[in-house]
Structures are given as structure tokens and as C-alpha cells.
Design a protein around this ligand. Structure first.
Ligand code: PGA
Length: 253
């Protein structure tokens, strides 16, 4: 059975005190029995959050593939591992867009995360013009082929995928359940082509993009949606607590 996951991407938000306070609140939430919760605080606070969390897993929003060296401003996967950090976001559309991260670099990041035993959350998703011209399935498949599908079956089974249509991120305009399910079902079919049915059935594919307490129940009820990567709503404890609650997952499932 595949894991159900709710992950909070805090992006470049919160003061240190606010981050620690929110981490404590998340840790004290009433989390559904089968739901795994991850938080991705700003890099400066990951160790603070790691020290506070007991069962909520803590990840970084980014890391560099080389272990050590003259890469000013970067933090490596190896360093994350040393600090006890369990997961990393790779390929978020904001990193692709603002920091020019391409599929080849993301492939290196994925390899480095797996080499150090850090769980990669690999993000994919199309911009608005690609959604509108109808080539979104091909676009997302190319992202996976060029960055992910070189992995062995064993390594791939450690990866969480997150489909995040760029036009839905931070815009308040979420994908419809039909749009999300169409893409998630396609992603699962490509995984099956590449790695076989068992691995496809056991892979978690999260939805991200303006997911909130108002729409999460319907999205999480989609057959091929296994949870969410949450931005804005992960910064509000009242909203995030709804997303991780048993009820949000069970009523429609
Ligand atoms: P959002 O962000 O929930 O604020 O749309 C999601 C993300 O970027 O991971």
C-alpha cells in the first residue's frame, strides 16, 4: 500500500521564533493514523525544527549535489544527512524558474539525495501556456524521463513525486479533481511502463497548488492522489491541521 503524505512547504517565510512555534503546533496536531507529515522549513531553521519534532519529519527545500567544496552559499545533501534531515524538495517550479535549475541538474540532485539516504520529493508540473495548448502530459513526462526515470527500481521506490501545475501554485486557482486525476493517473501509468505494476501501485504521487481545507477532501479522494504538497495553507496551523486530520481523508475515501 502506498503512503499517504501531507507535506508543508514553508518557502522563504517565518521568523525563527515563528518557525519554531509552528513546528511545535504541527507536532501537536491530531494527525490521521495512516498519514505521514513532513515540513520543509527555510534552511536556517531545519535543525531547530528537527530538534522540536518527534514524529513529524523535517526536510530541506533545496540542497546541492556535491558533498563539499567551493560552492559559496550552498548546502549539500551530505550536510543535510549529517544534521539528521530526512527529506529534500527537488525540482520545485520556483527553483526551476528563478534559479534556472534544469532537468540535468535536478537529476544530479536526485542521485545525490538517494546516495545519502535522504528522501527526495521530486516536483513536476506545467506552466499555464502548456496547460492551454494541451501538451501538458508530454511536458510532465519529459520532466520525469530526463530527471527521474534513469533510477533503478530500488532507488525509484524511495522517491515521492509531487505534481504541481505552476498555474495553480499560490494563485488560489486549484486544479479540478478531473485535471488532477488525469495527470496523476498518467504519471502512475508511466511509472508502470518503467518499473512495473507493483512499484507503480506503491508510489506516492502528491498534488500541490492552492490545496486548502476547502478543496483537499475532494483532491485527496481522487484514486491516484496520495496527499498534498502544501504551500500557503501550511503556514496557518488551523488550515494545516485540517489537511492532516483523519476526517479529511476518510469521509470521501
Ligand atoms: P501553494 O504552494 O499551496 O501556496 O499553492 C504549493 C507549493 O508551491 O508547493
Amino acid at each position: 500500500m502506498r503512503s499517504k503524505i501531507v507535506a508543508g512547504n514553508w518557502k522563504m517565510n517565518l521568523s525563527q521564533q515563528e518557525a519554531k512555534a509552528l513546528c511545535k503546533e504541527v507536532n501537536n496536531m491530531n494527525i490521521g493514523s495512516e498519514i505521514e507529515v513532513y515540513i520543509f522549513p527555510p534552511m536556517l531553521y531545519v535543525s531547530d525544527c528537527k530538534a522540536i519534532s518527534t514524529h513529524v519529519k523535517v526536510g530541506a527545500q533545496n540542497a546541492y549535489p556535491k558533498d563539499t567544496g567551493a560552492f559559496t552559499g550552498e548546502v549539500s545533501m551530505w550536510q543535510l544527512k549529517e544534521a539528521g534531515i530526512e527529506a529534500v524538495l527537488i525540482g520545485h517550479s520556483e527553483r526551476r524558474e528563478y534559479f534556472n535549475e534544469d532537468n540535468a541538474l535536478l537529476k544530479q540532485k536526485l542521485d545525490a539525495a538517494l546516495a545519502h539516504g535522504i528522501k527526495p520529493f521530486f516536483c513536476c508540473g506545467e506552466p499555464l501556456e502548456i496547460r492551454q495548448n494541451g501538451t501538458f502530459l508530454e511536458y510532465v513526462k519529459k520532466q520525469l524521463v530526463e530527471s527521474v526515470f534513469h533510477l533503478s527500481a530500488e532507488d525509484f521506490s524511495k522517491v515521492v513525486l509531487a505534481y504541481e501545475p505552476i498555474w495553480a501554485i499560490g494563485t488560489g486557482q486549484t486544479a479540478s479533481t478531473e485535471q488532477a486525476e488525469e495527470m496523476h493517473a498518467a504519471i502512475r501509468s508511466w511509472i508502470e511502463e518503467q518499473y512495473g505494476k507493483e512499484i507503480a501501485e506503491n508510489s506516492s504521487v502528491l498534488y500541490g497548488g492552492s490545496c486548502n481545507p476547502g478543496n483537499a477532501q475532494a483532491l485527496f479522494a481522487c484514486e491516484n492522489v496520495d496527499g498534498g504538497l502544501i504551500g500557503g495553507a501550511s503556514l496557518k496551523a488551523a488550515d494545516f491541521s485540517v489537511l492532516v486530520a483523519e476526517g479529511t481523508w476518510t469521509i470521501l475515501n
